[in-house]
Design a protein around this ligand. Structure first.
Ligand SMILES: *Cc1c(COP(=O)(O)O)cnc(C)c1O
Length: 820
């Protein structure tokens, strides 16, 4: 081998080097020959080959950051919904052509190999996907950053549909190994649980608390390289696993109780076994609190070790470290950072508090009361006795501040206290996070306003300067470049490729909305995507999808507030109309749903069953199936979203106004030229500002109207008032769609008519129906439809996570990216 060859091994970006290394990994890493290798083996060999090409840059990034004494951003999130990573790494390294040729020279098909990769599904929905988009943007913007998370052995469950009902299967995503991670077995952090606090004295005779008799667990990190577009920066996603401490059950071993000792070892290792599959819903389970603390403690110990390695002046801590808390899930960071600084590092309280406050920032993700975390004082005292003391101390000082600012207002103190008093005292984690951070941000403009007005008004009054809005975004690399190559190519051909790292540039497409030739090509690209999706679905599930239909898609977690049920009831209205008048003027419309429900969320699971039953009936009914079809796609996840979004024409974003914090699915569709049917909620409001309300199908109550109506709402009146709505509901509750399971939809009837219809479906249904009629009307005018579709793509520039991250960097973290 020549020196030149040596330089290319594991590094060369040309087809030939990639081809050779693929062969080498197959032979030497996987011990397979060409004949004996499966597609999975080839995928793994390819993944190793790509991973190799990240390593130099990864090491170089770390070295540069250390040398330049940079400020690092630490994004703490219990969820990272990454999806597949092979192709996005290939794209960000700009070697797609070379990889395709190398793979073809082996007689293989790149798409087939890509399909061997299982999603990295370490999240529930929007919150986890946001974290994944953010780390892509941070690497692309060359911001020195770490994502910190948990390496769950089981990610979000795999959803099967049996007889129309959701069945959860374990997501054993590590079964065949995970090529993208590097275990760091030599890096171990001890994390304590339980025990008690003793008051000891230090050398100078000062009282100092000592946490004793605790049960230690070990956290070990697995690192995943995160390459930015262009390959300049490779940051790290560091995921923690729990292991038993070697003398965890020293006593049991000494007593000769081997089995008991090993059982305890298993208990420790169970900590990071499974992701809690509840999206925006707080449960209060002990194992979850243990996960949160293990995660927070390991991450902070690691951050502090890195800081101390580079700097010996604690005053510089906030200049070197910015910690962003993704929701309250990691909010134990507030007392844990104080504990480390005060108890372990010996800083005075006030000094430690000042550093901690300047370092931590908190993102709120929801207005829904059931999502707000409140841990029982009793449980925290049992697991984290020292932290409870610290929380009490923080609270005492905080209450003094309230009393100073609002003298004599005892009610205010009760409302704002970090501790909720009562029979079962609880720690309000959002209060703790706000008090302990210099920044609290909402995830869209409207969300931030409602957060300040409705959820924590006392905090907004006390700390107005802490509150700010950071409208969410999505990475256009995954959500256009990778998942919709035809549209990406059309855009690049038309305006150049600057949009890949500067999405604002898609605004150059605006004038082309009136250019006949461009619009024709845009429409062709959409049709090709619909055809591709149809072929996929027809092959996978034996459907008979026709790509000339309107593709109307609602994909997101199943929640009552997201109102999949309203969509379903409207479909029944269409069904009734078509049964009465099969020849009515109606462009055939395909309704697609994808959604996982939390396993314990009864109503959400029943709505899945209803959608499936409605679909079964409609899709078989000869009098309507020529114009109406309904399908529920099982196992909605990132990879399925990537197939659906390019083919979507109507994007369903129909939450009750004032409930969806931002939404990010809405942005993915807009970017790909779908028209939104939606309420003035979350980021829809800002989408309307960008593209113009007239280029969306906005309908229904706004947030103020919804709140006003809720206070005096009689769903029954709406039911009686509207004949079509009444007939649709009567049909559902007459068991038309559940002849063999009579009465199963009774809880839905109850929730709507007697339970008060919390999400105002019946109030908004007539407006939703009218908006769908407008969809039908505009769709007939193919030119007008395409004009609006082009404008949606052209006006989506604001919704890049690059923009979001730049705002966080400038306004919260104080880390202007070093210019390229
Ligand atoms: C984007 C995304 C979400 C969030 O969708 P919303 O419509 O904003 O709730 C959830 N799940 C997956 C897999 C996603 O890609």
């Amino acid at each position: 081998m020549t020196t030149n060859d040596h330089q290319r091994v594991r590094r060369g970006m040309d087809t030939d080097s990639i081809h050779k290394d693929l062969q080498d990994h197959l032979n030497f890493t996987l011990a397979k020959d060409q004949e004996g290798a499966s597609q999975l083996d080839f995928y793994q060999a390819l993944a190793y080959t790509i991973r190799d090409r990240l390593i130099d840059r990864w090491l170089q990034t770390r070295k540069t950051h250390k040398k330049n004494k940079v400020k690092r951003v630490y994004y703490l999130s219990l969820e990272f919904l990454m999806g597949r990573v092979l192709h996005s790494n290939v794209q960000n390294l700009n070697i797609e052509k070379e990889v395709r040729s190398a793979v073809e020279e082996h007689g293989l098909d790149y798409e087939t190999l890509r399909n061997e990769e299982v999603d990295m599904g370490l999240g529930n929905g929007g919150l986890g996907r946001l974290a994944a988009c953010f780390i892509d943007s941070m690497a692309t913007l060359n911001i020195p950053a770490y994502g910190y998370g948990i390496r769950y052995n089981y990610g979000i469950f795999r959803q099967e549909i049996e007889k129309g009902r959701q069945v959860e299967q374990p997501d054993d995503w590590l079964k065949w190994g995970n090529i993208w991670e590097v275990p760091r077995n030599n890096l171990q952090f001890q994390v304590n649980f339980g025990g008690r606090v003793e008051m000891g004295k230090d050398d100078k005779g000062n009282l100092c608390p000592r946490w004793v008799d605790a049960h230690p667990v070990i956290g070990i990190p697995y690192d995943v390289p995160i390459v930015g577009y262009g390959g300049k920066t490779v940051n790290t996603l560091r995921l923690w696993t729990a292991h038993a401490h070697e003398d965890f059950d020293f006593e049991d071993f000494n007593k000769g109780d081997y089995i008991n000792a090993v059982e305890h070892k298993v208990t420790a290792e169970n900590l990071t076994k499974v992701l809690y599959p509840n999206d925006l819903h707080y449960l209060g389970k002990e194992l979850r609190l243990r996960q949160q603390y293990l995660f927070v403690s390991c991450s902070l110990q690691d951050i502090i070790a890195r800081f101390k390695d580079e700097c010996d002046d604690w005053n510089e801590f906030p200049d070197r470290v910015a910690i962003q808390l993704n929701d309250t899930h990691p909010s134990l960071a507030v007392p844990e950072l104080m504990r480390i600084l005060v108890d372990e590092e010996g800083l005075g309280w006030d000094h430690a508090w000042s550093l901690s406050l300047r370092t931590l920032a908190y993102t709120n993700h929801t207005l829904m009361p059931e999502a707000l975390e409140k841990w029982s004082v009793e449980l925290i005292e049992k697991l984290l006795p020292r932290h409870l003391q610290i929380i009490y101390e923080i609270n005492q000082r905080f209450i003094k501040d309230i009393a100073a600012k609002f003298p004599g207002d005892m009610h205010r103190i009760g409302r704002m206290s970090i501790i909720e008093e009562g029979e079962h005292r609880q720690v309000r984690m959002a209060h703790l996070a706000i008090v302990g951070s210099h920044s609290t941000n909402g995830v869209a403009e409207i969300h931030t306003e409602l957060l300040k007005e409705r959820v924590v008004p006392d905090f907004a009054a006390m700390y107005p300067e802490r509150f700010n809005a950071k409208t969410n975004g999505i990475t256009q690399r995954r959500w256009l470049l990778d998942c919709n190559p035809d549209l990406a190519e059309l855009i690049t051909e038309t305006i150049g490729d600057g949009w890949i790292t500067d999405l604002k540039q898609v605004a150059k497409l605006k004038p082309l909305a009136d250019d006949r030739a461009f619009c024709d090509r845009f429409a062709q690209v959409k049709f090709a995507a619909k055809k591709r999706l149809s072929d996929f679905m027809n092959a996978e599930w034996d459907w008979e999808t026709d790509p000339t239909w309107i593709f109307d898609v609602q994909i997101k977690r199943l929640h009552e507030y997201k109102r999949q049920l309203m969509n379903a009831i409207h479909i029944v209205i269409l069904y009734n109309r078509l049964r009465k008048n099969p020849d009515m003027d109606f462009h055939p419309q395909l309704f697609l749903f994808g959604a996982k429900a939390a396993p314990g969320y009864f109503m959400a699971k029943l709505i899945i069953k209803l959608i499936n039953n409605i679909g079964d009936m409609i899709n078989r009914d000869e009098s309507v199936r020529h114009k109406l079809r309904v399908h529920f796609l099982p196992n909605y996840r990132v990879t399925l979203a990537e197939k659906l979004i390019p083919a979507t024409e109507v994007s369903e974003q129909i939450s009750t106004a004032g409930t969806e914090a931002s939404g990010t699915g809405n942005m993915k569709f807009m970017l790909n030229g779908a028209l939104t049917i939606g309420t003035m909620d979350g980021a829809n409001v800002e989408m309307a500002q960008e593209v113009g309300r007239e280029n969306m199908f906005i309908f229904g109550l706004d947030a103020a109207e919804a709140k006003a109506l809720s206070e005096n709402y009689d769903p029954y009146a709406y039911y009686q008032q509207d004949e079509e709505v009444r007939e649709a509901l009567d049909l559902i509750f007459s068991d038309h769609f559940s002849i063999l399971e009579r009465g199963i939809f009774e809880p839905i009837r109850h929730a709507l008519l007697e339970g008060g219809d919390r999400y105002l479906l019946l109030a908004d249904l007539p407006a939703y129906r009218a908006a769908q009629e407008e969809v039908q009307r505009i769709y007939k005018d193919r030119e007008e439809w395409t004009r609006r579709a082009v404008l949606n793509t052209a006006c989506s520039g604001k919704f890049s996570s690059d923009r979001t991250i730049s705002e966080y960097a400038e306004k919260i973290w104080g880390t202007k990216p070093p210019r390229k």
